[in-house]
Every structure is written in C-alpha cells, then in structure tokens.
Write a protein that binds this ligand. Structure first.
Ligand code: SF4
Length: 170
C-alpha cells in the first residue's frame, strides 16, 4: 500500500519491521481468526505459527503472533524475526494472509486522547522520522481513509498513541 513511497526492494533489504526486541513485542503482527486458523496448523507456507488471542474485549477478534519464547539471550537488544520472515525472500505470506498492520507499516492508526489519528512510526530506516510530503499526500489522497475504514471493522489495529510518533492530519 505504500509502494509509491517505499519500494519492495528497500523493504526486502531491510526487514527492520519484521524483527522484534522484547520492548517492541507490542508491535508484533495481529492476525484475524480466519488466517490464524490456517497458519496455526500445517499450511502451504511450511511454517506453523503460535498465536495468542488478544484479550481486550474490544479487540477480541485478533490474534498476536507469539515470539516471546524465541529469545536465546537476556540481551535487551536481541531481535527475533517474525516466524513468517524468510531471511532471503522477506515475508513469505501472500497479500491475502499478510496482516493489514504489516501492509501499512510504518503508518499506524492510534488513539490519542480519544481521537483516532494516523501516525508515523519514526524508526523505519527507509522512511525516516519525519513524514515526507509524498507520504502525507498518499495518506490524504485515500490511504488514510482506507486505514480508518479498516479500523472501523477491525478495531484491534488501533494502538495507543506513543510520544514521538508524528501525526499526519487528514
Ligand atoms: S507477517 Fe510478514 S510483513 Fe508482517 S512482520 Fe511477519 S514477515 Fe514481516
């Protein structure tokens, strides 16, 4: 969805958003039940994921990929890759199985004091910490509305606002 501002080759070479330190586990992908049903047992990708239901009653239709058990050290900087990340090919999931959250990263829809906002995760190495004009245009010209629409049906993608995430106003 961001291909006009972020090329597939940039993402494939980076994979930053597909690996997680312990402090980033709040960002692990959220999957809808029908995809979890498929990915939690032997499937076409040859990778069986471990998932846990998100227990917020507002968000009870989502499952978070469990990666906590994959750390090998106590080093807080250790990163573990998403189960569906191939080191050479990148994400192995087809678009229809890929979490919406992943397809809009580094954008996020967040709740800031009761108001929903589109914000930029400032740590994407390719996009940077400040929204560029072309990203702002993309959000204003339809992508923002699409994210709001998806969030209406899937409120579990709404994250609590975090300081330092620049807001892109529609
Ligand atoms: S599902 Fe795919 S895009 Fe999302 S974190 Fe995992 S490997 Fe990355």
């Amino acid at each position: 969805m961001l291909s006009s501002v972020l090329s597939k080759s940039q993402c494939a070479a980076c994979k930053f958003c597909c690996s997680f330190r312990r402090q980033s586990l709040w960002e692990t992908p959220l999957f809808p039940p029908e995809v979890v049903e498929k990915l939690s047992k032997p499937n076409e990708y040859g990778v069986v994921g471990e998932f846990r239901a998100v227990d917020d009653p507002q968000k009870n239709c989502a499952y978070r990929l469990v990666l906590e058990n994959n750390y090998r050290t106590d080093d807080p900087e250790e990163e573990v890759p998403c189960s569906f990340l191939d080191p050479n090919r990148g994400c192995i999931l087809k678009p229809e199985d890929k979490p919406f959250d992943c397809s809009i990263w580094p954008l996020r829809i967040m709740d800031k004091d009761g108001e929903l906002v589109i914000a930029l995760t400032p740590t994407c190495p390719a996009i940077g910490a400040t929204p560029r004009p072309e990203l702002i245009e993309l959000v204003k010209n339809g992508l923002g509305a699409k994210i709001f629409e998806y969030a209406k049906m899937h409120p579990y993608i709404i994250k609590e606002y975090r300081e330092g995430f620049p807001i892109i106003y529609l």
